[in-house]
Design a protein around this ligand. Structure first.
Ligand code: HPA
Length: 252
């Protein structure tokens, strides 16, 4: 299938799959795929665990676009560059997007391997995709309350514990120090990660409805005796990704 066929399918809903969550696409049944490298303006991720392709699937009789893998600021890209996929989605008619990611748990009531619905964020990345113009967009409800309620209802029906909280986005790529995690907790963060926020800002600025879900792959630095490794983050994402797939299928 060519890029044009992909565009002609006109999916209205998209899901961005974060670190280690690429397999969630299999749960939706892959109809066809196109590599980011084949989309003008996009390029493949350099991060292990990020595939770098769009997948088209059918869900409840409608086309749905899944983005397997994303670009990050810590790869040395600008916020404008890492959000090219969101502008592409908007161009082909996507109206709502679920952004998923792997994150470190800061709230002690959470559990590793669990999921957190993002209710709001802290942009601590020092940049934004809207840089360069008078783009004074309202950000008082980045994550759609209506969509949050649907996710919550679906989790209750599934008997799945769905945490909810504030996602703090940091630049990375190094993990945080224990002192940084104490600071983030003081600032009101419940989880920490290195993605999602530029995409959420770009999507809202384009008028898209946004939802965000974090897979809690590890305790944030200093909360447990541990050393953080990317391979573990990807591994936990794989195992717990099945729950995420079920939740997405029920609530989207
Ligand atoms: N910190 C930042 N990003 C992350 C983490 C973390 O602990 N886990 C997964 N992504």
């Amino acid at each position: 299938m060519s890029l044009t066929d992909f565009q002609n399918a006109r999916p209205e809903t998209a899901i961005v799959l974060g670190s280690g969550l690429g397999a969630v696409a299999d749960a939706f049944g892959i109809e066809c795929e196109v590599a980011y490298a084949d989309v003008p303006g996009l390029s493949a991720s350099t991060v292990p665990g990020h595939a770098g392709r769009f997948v088209l699937a059918q869900h409840h009789g409608k086309p749905i676009l899944l983005a397997q893998g994303r670009r990050h600021l810590y790869e040395g890209l600008t916020a404008h560059e890492v959000t090219a996929s969101i502008r592409f989605m908007h161009e082909i008619g996507v109206k709502r997007v679920v952004l998923t990611n792997a994150a470190g748990a800061i709230d002690e009531n959470f559990h590793v391997g669990g999921l957190m619905l993002i209710t709001d964020h802290l942009n601590l990345m020092g940049t934004t995709p809207l840089l360069g113009g008078p783009n004074f967009h309202d950000m008082s409800e980045v994550y759609s309350r209506a969509w949050c309620e649907r996710f919550h209802a679906a989790s209750v029906e599934m008997g799945l514990k769905l945490h909810a909280g504030v996602y703090a986005a940091v630049l990375g790529p190094q993990y945080e120090t224990p002192a940084e995690i104490r600071m983030l907790r003081t600032l009101g963060a419940d989880a920490v990660g290195m993605s999602t926020v530029p995409e959420a800002i770009q999507a809202r600025a384009l008028g898209m409805e946004v939802a965000g879900i974090s897979m809690l792959t590890n305790w944030a630095a200093g909360l447990r005796a541990q050393t953080l490794h990317h391979a573990e983050v990807v591994e936990v994402g794989k195992t717990a990704g099945m729950y995420l797939a079920r939740l997405l299928k029920a609530a989207v």
